[in-house]
Design a binder for this molecule. Sequence first.
Ligand code: GLU
Length: 416
Amino acid sequence: MDDELNPLAMARQQLDQVAERIHLEPDVHEKLKHCKRTLIVAVPTSMDDGSLRVFTGYRVHHNLARGPAKGGIRYHPGVSLDEVSALAMWMTWKCALMDIPFGGAKGGVICSPKEMSLRELERMTRRLTSEMMIILGPDKDIPAPDINTNAQTMAWILDTYSMNVGHSVPSVVTGKPVSVGGSRGREDATGRGCVCTMREALAHLGLPIAGARVAVQGFGNVGRATARLAQQAGARVVAVSDEWGGVYHPHGLDIDAVIRHDRQVGRVGGFAGSDAVTNAELLELECEVLIPAALGHQLTQANAGRVRARMVVEGANGPTTPAADQILNDRGIFLLPDILANAGGVTVSYFEWVQGLMEYFWTEEEVNERLERLLRQAFADVLRTSLQEKVPMRVAAYMLAVSRVAEATRIRGKYP
Ligand code: GLU
């Protein structure tokens, strides 16, 4: 694979860039380049036609100096060990930036979930959980949803883990349904975080949110909530897309109506009164805010020169390659990095974990209020660092995050 598109090479390059700036000692730098532990499992699964398929699953812990392992599990045909490792590393920085007491982890299974039935997904998830039992636990490693996994997936993991240990352990996962100990507000949390940080960034740039044109790539959990909440905040969502393509209207789409249409036909395409756009075209639309909220490496050196947004908000993990970062920065496009823009999800995961351990549950207003407070604080810290150090927002976010992880790594010392 071209190095620009290898996620682990990209994650390491981002770390190297910051290591020099914060004068990271070579030993700590070396440690942070590597993932602490990797579990690769075979997941034999009975398919509905009676055949057996063996899927490959990964769970990677990057660094646990600040707390137990935290991060989602994704189901996608493009999952690879390098991708899961990079995503684990990004989780370490994201948790540190938000100052929540977790280390970074990620999991993934190479599969095509859209071609699998609900029962097949359940059997695969339960077997995956049994195979991962040795590293999971509410004080060891706490999975959450990611691409193509959701609250139902978390309920299966919770149930399988609990059946094996002999009692209910809701805090072994977050992003679970509210009926089994999930947090109010978790489902919308990532989108809410994108919109909250976008609002702060627009204010910094002196652009009003009312009427701001927003284009959202991706209509999964993150894209959908982001589009809906951006519209509620007064923005004009001019385009949204899914894996089959997108829809565009220069005066703004009615997002609730697009959500209803998507529920009926299974895609956003064909929404009444809209024009069709491809995913590639959506990224190059003229707008104030472009929000890639689908897969990684969407903005590369091949298309970054054609982005016509004033600002990029990374709803997805790793949508911008370092080469594209440079191009966007040179062109004066303000970028809110993933570890800040999409940190709302893991932040409410933290609240969910805390509520579960206390067995005391908060209202949705309390969750949202606390989430926005933490995000506004993190945004202000990153912006201050960016202005003081005269570096882009991603570098500033990394400087804060990596310094915190390095400090914990340093003070704990090396064992043995
Ligand atoms: N998968 C989400 C992320 O990439 C959430 C992780 C979590 O809540 O643990 O941030």
